[in-house]
Design a protein around this ligand. Structure first.
Ligand code: B12
Ligand code: SF4
Length: 439
């Protein structure tokens, strides 16, 4: 028996397949591969790097679907189903809007693969696949091991993705994770994480946790365990971590070189509307807290989300100035994207402010476009404001300014190389991705 795993590409630019300048390993598919019995052959097609051979013999196609790759996933699924190969889909989008996804798949897994993928394979063997498998986002994170052999021979960035925790206790109104995890957060045993890291030959680890710093006691255990492994790592955190100097020190000692932090907006009213509660009390301390993180040698990858009802063009400008002032390693100036199933999607729909019912499958929608009617700007002004912020943050003058952050971005040769490499990739990607058509 053979199972083919697929990570779809996102889009087309000027009629050509869009190519990421650097793709990361599709971690979810390594988890799936680790759940497949050893007597079953496994093959990965990463549509961002490979050309899929639809005629190659296989017994099941398993596709991971995010909202931005849904359209392409449906096309790929259609090509296999035409050849009578059954298709199962899972992932964020499949769990957010399973009925839409079911129209393009034989089976849809709603939730995490671990509790149900074995059952899917058993049912396949009996020729009795079910239309839906429900597992939710609450399974215990025990004893499984991602199988990354599927990535061999493919040109990915030299980063290993793994995680310590899954979930998030907050409920920001734009966030698909909040909808799926429903406020839960679970942790892997530290030994499993160490094992997973030690089985890799890469020395840069990306913990894809939503917020690795949420539970400091558990984090401390992890930090002490990974300190001796000689790795460098990055992860996602909230700004509250900067209040705790002891943990910052431990993080730096254990190899932490960067944190993705969601600042979102400098408008307190917008933060309230987002229900971004961990940020609100610290909004007026952002300057001091960012400096402290940098003082510990940790770079900040800032994430902003613009276009909520109290944001104006001035908010975008102030956000850009804030990002330049703090010489962030990287900044994402994202406009609000209403994902199906989130409270903000329902809110905008009820107010008849969605410009597309389902932007992700609408042929008129382009990547980077605003898909709703903002309150204090036109959609075009929001689109252009975010694009200009990305371009200006990555102008040569501002790259030079950010390079003078010698505490973090230019701390040593390794960091300098990393800063230059990733800044080059990000700068190129801005224009590459903007206005791309989803396939
Ligand atoms: C790492 C990451 C990235 C990396 C790339 C990762 C990669 N391998 O290419 C970077 C930083 C480049 C990135 C980019 C983007 N990302 Co991103 N990213 C993440 C992040 C932080 C972790 C993803 C991950 O590995 N999770 C761990 C895996 C194991 O979890 P999982 O995918 O849910 O998989 C489990 C289940 O869903 C299920 N499952 C998944 N697939 C399948 C398939 C089958 C068949 C089955 C049975 C089950 C199953 O089982 C898995 C194991 O339990 C998530 C947020 C998060 N914390 O998860 C956002 C997230 C996935 N990204 C998101 C977005 C929007 C993007 C961008 C579009 C952002 C942008 N505007 O450019 C781009 C798109 C890139 C692309 N080319 O596709 C959104 C997707 C939302 C959605 N509704 O689809 C997320 C959820 C963030 C968010 N909260 O908004 N991202
Ligand atoms: S803190 Fe981050 S992961 Fe958690 S709900 Fe808010 S946006 Fe989502």
């Amino acid at each position: 028996m053979k199972i083919t795993l697929i990570k779809p590409n996102m889009g087309l630019k000027k009629g050509q397949d869009y190519q990421d300048l650097g793709s990361m390993q599709p971690y979810a598919l390594a988890i799936l591969a680790g759940l497949i019995p050893s007597d079953v052959e496994v093959k990965l097609y990463d549509d961002r790097l490979d050309r899929i051979d639809y005629d190659e013999k296989t017994d099941l196609v398993a596709i991971t679907v995010e909202t931005f790759t849904a359209k392409r996933a449906y096309t790929i699924a259609g090509n296999f189903r035409k050849r009578a190969v059954p298709v199962v889909m899972g992932g964020f989008h499949a769990s957010l809007i399973p009925n839409e996804v079911k129209e393009h798949a034989d089976s849809v897994v709603i939730g995490e693969a671990e509790p149900v993928f074995g059952k899917v394979i058993d049912d396949l063997k009996r020729n009795a696949l079910k239309p839906f498998y429900y597992s939710g986002f609450k399974c215990e994170l025990l004893g499984y091991r991602p199988d990354r052999r599927i990535f061999r021979g493919k040109k990915y960035l030299p980063i290993t993705l793994t995680h310590f925790s899954r979930g998030c206790p907050y409920s920001c109104s734009y966030c698909p994770d909040a909808v799926l995890y429903q406020g839960g957060i679970r942790f892997r045993p530290v030994e499993d994480v160490v094992d997973d890291i030690e089985s890799q030959d890469k020395d840069l680890i990306f913990f894809v946790d939503n917020n690795i710093t949420y539970n400091r006691t558990k984090l401390e255990k992890l930090l002490r365990a990974v300190r001796g492994l000689g790795i460098k790592w990055i992860s996602q955190a909230d700004i509250n971590v900067a209040k705790d100097e002891k943990i910052l020190k431990l993080m730096a000692k254990s190899g932490c070189i960067g944190l993705v932090i969601g600042f979102e907006t400098l408008s307190e009213a917008s933060l309230r509307q987002m229900q971004k509660f961990p940020n609100i009390p610290l909004l007026y301390r952002y300057d001091e807290l960012v400096r402290r993180i940098h003082d510990y040698g940790i770079s900040v990858w800032a994430a902003f989300l613009l276009g909520y009802d109290y944001d104006t063009k001035d908010t975008i400008e102030a956000t850009l100035e804030f990002a330049i002032k703090h010489k962030f390693f990287f900044s994402a100036f994202n406009q609000l994207i209403p994902y199906h199933g989130t409270p903000i999607y329902s809110f905008l729909k009820a107010q008849q402010r969605l410009l597309f019912d389902r932007w992700w499958i609408d042929t008129d929608y382009k990547f980077g476009q605003t898909s709703f009617m903002p309150k204090n700007m036109s959609p075009e002004e929001l689109t252009d404001g975010c694009l200009q912020a990305r371009l200006r943050f990555n102008s040569y003058t501002n790259i030079f300014r950010r390079a003078t952050n010698v505490n973090a971005n230019f701390r040593n040769l390794h960091r300098i190389a990393m800063f230059l490499k990733y800044t080059y990739l990000f700068k190129k990607e801005i224009k590459n991705k903007q206005n791309m058509i989803l396939r």
